[in-house]
Ligand binder design. Sequence first.
Ligand SMILES: *Cc1c(COP(=O)(O)O)cnc(C)c1O
Length: 371
Amino acid sequence: MVTMPPRREPKVTVHNFNAGPAVLPREVMEQVREEFLDWHGLGISITEMSHRSPAFTAVAQQSVRDLTALLAIPEHYRILFLQGGASHMMSMAPLNLSGKTDCADYVITGNWSQRAVTEARRLTNVNIAASAADVNFTTIPDPSGWRCSASPAYLYYCDNETIAGLEFPAVPDAGGEAVLVSDMTSNFLSRPLEVERYGLIFAGAQKNVAPAGLSIALVREDLLGRARADVPFLYDFKLLAESDSMFNTPPVFNWYVAGLTFAWIREQGGVEQMHDNARRRSGKLYDFIDTSDFYSNPVDKPYRSRMNVPFTLADANLDRSFLTAAEDNGLLGLKGHRNVGGMRASMYNGLPEASVDALVEFMAHFAARYG
Ligand SMILES: *Cc1c(COP(=O)(O)O)cnc(C)c1O
């Protein structure tokens, strides 16, 4: 048996602000528990049967229908459910969409687009069209000023930078005809999406969709089959699309949970409702931070993330006391990323608004006591 830390006594209501893996909708988790040992009367778990069984095939097909409905995905896009994380996609994008002598444009707005550049440089020629590194990722450079190359294989950006707390308010219009590629790991399914503007959209599941180990890609059909000849077979979009993401065993449990999350979002009122919820949740926290002398957030207002809110205390020496007191009050996962320090509240689709109310109340009390 693994030794567990002692249980919190007395038991307090827990609010989960983890950045990822992260909170999933309560109803989804309850359904998983409910049917985990005996899936719909078959006597075995969904994790204990063939991915090609009628039961799992039905789960997979329903998930595709629900995701298609949620994002109004046009017919000429393929939906892939892949083993691995968002970082795999940082290799798959150049391997599938560019030749070794092509050039791809990248926009750097934070750690995740920076990581994508590091990987792409090993695989193709990279042009940095714009970077916000010089302002510590506190703003997004205006797309009209991006220095794109003449005919890039694609233009890559990250829609929501999870660590800096920076989000594109709309699809960037950089002028050219480049195939647009976006990492939407941390804001996937949190608002409506103009899918047709993109060649490739991808998201690791563990922020807004399902447990870690699955990523989802939407690929425009005409981009399949462009991979270089030496692409490893499990990195080849065309092969994966032709096999309906079942060239090898897919991560069945994660895929099943993703399907439950899609159905849950539809029941809640779709991605428009998720967007409303996200705006209300983050709005409450930003409004509080902005009226306080004790807390601050450095991001330019139009580019503040609805999902991830980094903030600092007036006195960094209080960070540890803040986190300890927060945990005592059931507010979990507020420690900032190790690269930037401070605090971060991640507020994905599954987070109830009451959790934000609890956080703001706690922050007000803490500031009144120590400010
Ligand atoms: C978490 C995250 C990643 C990394 O995901 P992995 O699944 O760990 O590879 C990449 N991009 C963004 C925007 C993220 O939030």
